[in-house]
Write a protein that binds this ligand. Structure first.
Ligand SMILES: Cc1cc2nc3c(=O)[nH]c(=O)nc-3n(C[C@H](O)[C@H](O)[C@H](O)COP(=O)(O)OP(=O)(O)OC[C@H]3O[C@@H](n4cnc5c(N)ncnc54)[C@H](O)[C@@H]3O)c2cc1C
Length: 356
């Protein structure tokens, strides 16, 4: 929690513009849709504000504490725990649920584990585990010229694995090892399992100008040929790209920086359109992204009652948060899943306790 959101804790999201939850919860979107009827992002927002944590919603719809400090959230939870007389034991690893046999109810909220060994203690109990793999990572691309553009941001790009619907749109950052930024992290989340199955090697298509259709891009470039024929191609970059980025892109298809627009033949013209709308890169590995990563996979959702998150095989045992096969793209959606599931479990336990 302390290091979440770069120390600021991106504690939820307004969800504005999120039409279909599968766009933000690649795993578990149906369950989240159901559970969020009980505790939504608006409920989480209201809860924090009522408990002394004013929040702010950024332009990108990510929600942070107004203090811009994750400790505000931590202190809020610790204060609430104290107020309700909840005992917290730290440095106390549970290795088997047998250690908790004296308790009436158990909620397992032990978080993600990108390695299967981390969930073995739950598998040993007979729980079906969806094989865990990492999610939210950057892409390694072995291209020295691309690396030299390190720090270049395309404000809006779409990255997609061809032949699949696995894609992400948003700012794309070029790094000294390949590509990062929201568009890539979203794509990595959508494609977490696909990439793991392919040893993190796959061709990636980048649309550098998703706001324009292919025909619109052709019309734009045709106009450039007509109006700027005598100028060098590299000196007039299509609006979403910097000159350096554009010079790199045309270099990829062998167009020299000194070539003029009126010297571009039909073949190169079409290749330029292709460059802008479907530029192909060979991803050859997973990069490091130390700010945030989550686990795709975990306790299979088929094991759980979708209304209460109670384990079907073991009554009074509940699962919530990233230990389940629910995970999200960046933007506060992962913590929202933890708040929603935590609330649902607490409510279910309270209801059951009242019935007993
Ligand atoms: C660096 C980083 C930054 C992030 N930033 C954000 C962000 O800004 N916004 C966002 O939405 N998401 C963010 N995430 C993801 C988010 O933090 C997680 O999805 C979320 O914390 C999951 O909550 P959880 O309660 O399920 O598990 P966790 O928060 O992981 O908590 C699990 C707890 O269980 C304890 N535990 C584990 N095993 C045992 C055991 N056997 N016995 C006893 N205790 C155990 C762990 O020590 C830990 O304290 C970030 C993740 C990382 C790694």
């Amino acid at each position: 929690m302390e290091i979440s959101g770069g120390g600021r804790c991106n504690c939820t999201n307004s969800f504005e513009g999120v039409g279909d939850l599968s766009a933000v919860y690649p795993r578990g979107h149906r369950l989240m849709k159901r559970l969020m009827k009980g505790f939504s992002q608006r409920d989480a927002y209201g809860w924090f504000e009522r408990h002394g944590v004013p929040l702010v919603t950024q332009e990108d719809q990510c929600v942070f504490p107004a203090s811009q400090d994750s400790h505000t959230i931590i202190n809020c939870f610790l204060g609430e725990a104290r107020r309700h007389g909840i005992e917290i034991k730290t440095g106390h690893r549970i290795n088997s649920l047998d250690e908790l046999s004296g308790y009436d109810y158990i909620a397992v909220t032990t978080g993600g584990s990108p390695k299967a060994e981390g969930l073995q203690w739950l598998a040993d109990l007979g729980h079906e585990i969806t094989v865990p793999v990492p999610s939210l990572f950057t892409f390694r691309i072995d291209d020295q010229r691309l690396h030299s553009l390190m720090g270049t941001v395309a404000e809006e790009a779409t990255a997609q694995f061809p032949g699949t619907k696995l894609k992400g749109r948003g700012p794309l950052l070029i790094t000294h090892w390949g590509m990062s930024g929201p568009a890539i992290l979203k794509t990595s989340s959508q494609a977490a399992r696909h990439l793991a199955d392919n040893a993190y090697k796959a061709n990636l298509l980048v649309d550098w100008w998703p706001a324009m259709s292919q025909d619109e891009v052709m019309a734009f470039l045709s106009k450039l040929v007509k109006t700027n024929g005598a100028k060098q191609v590299s000196t007039i970059a299509p609006p979403p790209l910097t000159h350096r980025h554009w010079a790199y892109l045309i270099g990829r298809i062998g167009i020299s920086e000194t070539k003029r627009w009126n010297e571009i033949g039909k073949k190169d013209f079409n290749r330029m359109v292709q460059l802008l709308k479907a530029d192909t890169y060979a991803v050859d590995g997973k990069g490091q992204f130390k700010d945030e990563f989550v686990t795709c996979g975990g306790v299979a959702l088929s094991e759980l009652d979708p209304n209460t998150l109670e384990c079907k095989k073991h009554p009074r045992l509940y699962f919530a948060g990233e230990v389940t096969d629910v995970d999200a793209v960046t933007g506060g959606f992962n913590l929202q899943a933890a708040w929603t599931m935590g609330y649902v479990v607490a409510q279910a336990v309270a209801n059951k306790d009242n019935q007993d």
